[in-house]
Design a protein around this ligand. Structure first.
Ligand code: WT7
Length: 646
């Protein structure tokens, strides 16, 4: 147990939306009367037709139903734009900092509304209608936000694909939702390097003849091939489009976006989020968990390709009328003070990032932080993976000057918005703990037999009832949705994570229990990486596991068995790395590839990753329960090879 407990800062608590007593009362109420509670919370949005039903949710084995505010109608882009543009049109909505220091843009609420309207009209002209999918493959530039809101404006469903994914990964994600329009850029720019987005898009579209139009944003303005039949410059198209576009009213349960995430089988899952519940949960939780007050400048470092950016860089903040800092580059380029310089320049009040970045910046020492004035910061946030106490303490002390609470927010692509987190004015902090449930959320720790752990203890982290931001299904695969989340523990949503609850009722996430690993806050399916490796003609089979990594949290360890007669070589290692890079993207490249003559399996031929995980962590002694291993000499063989090397 960690001895440090950080008390609630009293000055912050006195002005906070929720203080300690407030949390207890509101949480109780949200559980005793979820309908009344969420009806009130939903007033954070403007509804074009008010809802009469709040909640229709069930997790019973025969019937999983998730519906929130079902008969209400609204438009997400109206809520994120028009109502703020009407009040403060000339104030900034987006403060954009480009990859190159000094390259910056200030986008006002009026500018953004106009851009979104022109783009929405352009999409309509290209034949996009309510319910159609539009894929977005863009760097972190204001056009990415415009693209998402333009879809929302006409009731189209966006699918943002992280611009670090390869052509092949992009193709898979376009194919799955069958978008006929793609919005991309000529190139991206990251740490001074060009990212060939249009080239990747062209390669992806070779196998996807149903994509009719590609809108291309000029980011670097360098030469890229354009197909006159299919491709259109974004700026040219928008210049011709009317600057006004009335928002299309949609039902609360109409889809807003799909976002792909990795699971424990090979194919990424398209998590489908709907409009009303998602936006209520995003907006209300943004306000509470960062204790947002009007005028605050919010800086979330996530890439637009991840759910963190969807909810807490775009929808949550913009629905609240918050000014957001949007940063295209990386924290260590041109040097390790880039974020701190941005925080100083924009007088950022709320800063939200991932532990992996904190760990890598810690290595650079305090000097790059100390040379900037970070006194504007009030609240810090962490997301994506467990934060180790050392990184927490450094973040708190060096970045937050010892005065800013850190809200460690636990949630998932599937959950849409936060489920566990401390509220800055309401809870004392324990470094490494995601503290307590958000309003309306009912965590449960279950033993493998399904019985509940009461009080202190550890178990499978589940949730006993729905919350508004929850994904409604996996696009095109409801069976998989039910099986993945609702079949392991009937009556509960199962997160795939393990957690511990301490004597004060604080939750501590212990990590994934399935074949998913968390690398630098990016979620990857080990099976996906294995499939990429096994597609090499020299590979017989591969097993991928995570191992503790100082910076990334988890690193990727691949055990590869070669086909008969193939010689092990570093050249082959390089080929395999390259293969993973083209099939998935750089983020999925293994940190280590080791040759294994055979892989440990059980008697029915399933690879025992559990044992490999221990070996990868450098634990050669205890393999855990080996009673299921078909041939123990396989394990001994791998260990012998390892001990020779290490
Ligand atoms: C997985 C979800 C939530 C947006 C970013 C990641 C891990 C997430 C925390 C946290 C410990 C965390 C879990 C979860 N995770 N936040 N605060 N403490 N672990 O979204 O890619 O869907 O990944 O990230 O393992 O299941 P994602």
């Amino acid at each position: 147990m960690n001895p440090h407990v950080f008390p609630i800062p009293t000055d912050l608590a006195s002005k906070a939306h929720v203080d300690a007593r407030g949390y207890e009362e509101m949480y109780r109420r949200s559980i005793d009367d979820p309908e009344g509670f969420w009806r009130e919370q939903a007033q954070i949005l403007d509804w074009s037709r008010p809802f009469t039903q709040v909640k229709n949710t069930r997790y019973s084995p025969e019937d999983v139903t998730i519906e929130w505010f079902a008969d209400g109608r609204l438009n997400a882009s109206y809520n994120c734009l028009d109502r703020h543009a009407a009040q403060k049109g000339s104030e900034p909505a987006i403060l954009w900092a480009g990859d190159t220091p000094g390259d910056q843009r200030r986008v006002t609420w009026s500018d953004l509304r106009q851009e979104v309207s022109r783009l929405a009209n352009t999409l309509t002209k290209l034949g996009v209608k309510k319910g159609d999918f539009v894929s977005v493959y863009l760097p972190v530039i204001p056009e990415a936000i415009a693209a998402m809101l333009a879809c929302a404006r006409i009731g189209a469903v966006h699918s943002v694909v992280f611009s670090g994914f390869s052509a092949e990964a992009l193709a898979g994600r376009i194919k799955d939702c069958r978008s006929r329009v793609l919005i991309t850029a000529d190139e991206g720019l990251r740490a001074g390097k060009y990212v060939p987005l249009k080239k990747n898009a062209d390669a992806a579209l070779e196998s996807l003849p149903f994509v009719e139009h590609v809108l291309v944003v000029r980011r670097t303005s360098r030469d890229v091939p354009m197909n006159p039949e299919r491709d259109l410059w974004y700026d040219g198209a928008l210049a011709q489009a009317p600057a006004d576009c009335p928002p299309v009213e949609v039902g609360a349960e109409d889809p807003l976006f799909v976002l792909y995430t990795s699971g424990s089988t090979g194919k990424p899952k398209g998590m489908l989020h709907t409009t009303g519940g998602y936006l209520v949960h995003a907006a209300a939780s943004f306000r509470a968990m960062f204790d947002y007050h009007p005028g605050d400048i919010h800086f979330c470092t996530a890439d637009v390709g991840w759910v963190t950016a969807h909810t807490y860089l775009i929808y949550g903040p913009l629905a609240n009328g918050a000014t957001v800092v949007l940063f295209e580059g990386v924290p260590t380029w041109p040097d390790a003070s880039r974020w701190w310089q941005i925080i100083e320049a924009y007088r950022v009040n709320i800063f939200y990032t991932a532990p992996t970045a904190i760990r890598s910046l810690m290595r650079e020492g305090e000097a790059p932080v100390r040379k900037h004035d970070l006194s504007s910061l009030r609240v810090l946030g962490s997301v994506g993976e467990p934060i180790n106490p050392e990184a927490w303490l450094w973040y708190h002390e060096v970045v937050g000057g010892g005065r800013c609470p850190i809200t460690d927010t636990y949630w998932q692509t599937e959950t849409g918005a936060v489920l566990l987190c401390p509220l800055p004015g309401a809870m004392a902090l324990k470094p490494g703990s995601a503290a307590k449930p958000f309003f309306g959320v009912r965590p449960a720790l279950l033993n493998s037999d399904g019985s509940a752990v009461e009080g202190e203890g550890a178990g499978n982290l589940c949730f006993a009832d729905s919350w508004p931001g929850q994904a409604r299904t996996i696009l095109g695969d409801r069976e998989r949705f039910l099986k993945t989340y609702f079949s392991t523990f009937p009556g509960y949503y199962f997160t795939g994570d393990g957690a511990r609850r301490d004597a004060d009722g604080y939750y501590w996430i212990t990590g994934r229990l399935d074949d998913v690993i968390n690398v630098s806050g990016h979620r990857l399916g080990t099976v996906e990486i294995e499939a990429a490796l096994a597609s090499h003609s020299s590979v017989a089979e591969a097993a991928v596991v995570g191992f503790p990594h100082e910076i990334k949290g988890q690193g990727i360890f691949a055990f590869v068995t070669l086909k008969e007669g193939i010689t092990e070589s570093d050249e082959l290692r390089r080929e395999l790395l390259q293969l993973v890079r083209t099939r998935i993207g750089p983020i999925a490249m293994p940190d280590r590839i080791e040759w294994a003559p055979q892989l440990p399996k059980n008697r029915s031929g399933k690879i025992l990753r559990r044992i490999l995980t221990r070996i990868a962590a450098g634990d050669f002694e205890s393999h855990g329960d080996t009673s299921t291993v078909a041939d123990l000499s396989v394990v001994e063989d791998i260990v012998r090879r390892f001990q020779k090397q290490n």
